[in-house]
Design a protein around this ligand. Sequence first.
Ligand code: SF4
Length: 109
Amino acid sequence: MKTPAGRECPHFYGDYFRGKNVEECRLLNLYGQAWTPDLCRTCPVPDIARANSCQHMKLKANVTRPLTALFQKRVQVSAFCEKSKRDVAEPQVGCGDCHALPFKFEVKE
Ligand code: SF4
C-alpha cells in the first residue's frame, strides 16, 4: 500500500472505505512505537522492501531523533535473519545465506 509519502510499503495500512481515514504503520505498531505520517518521508523500509524480499529477514524499527532535538524524528531499522540466526548488517543486501553474493568479477583485457 502507498504511504502518505507516495512510496509502496508492505507495513503501511490505510482504510479509507466509506469515509474512514485510518492509517497506521504496522511495523512501528509491532514495537509499540508511535507513528506519524511524516516518518514515512525518510523511512528506509520501502527501499529495503524493494531491494530485498527475503521472507526470513525480519525488520525491527525504532523512532529516533538523531543527535539533537533540532533534527526531525526518523525511523531507524535493524534486521535479523531467522534462517541463519544472525543480524543482517545491510538489509538491502541480506545476510547472503540464501542468495549468495556474486563471486569475483574478472576483467579480461
Ligand atoms: S514509517 Fe516506514 S515502515 Fe512505517 S509505514 Fe511509513 S514507510 Fe512503512
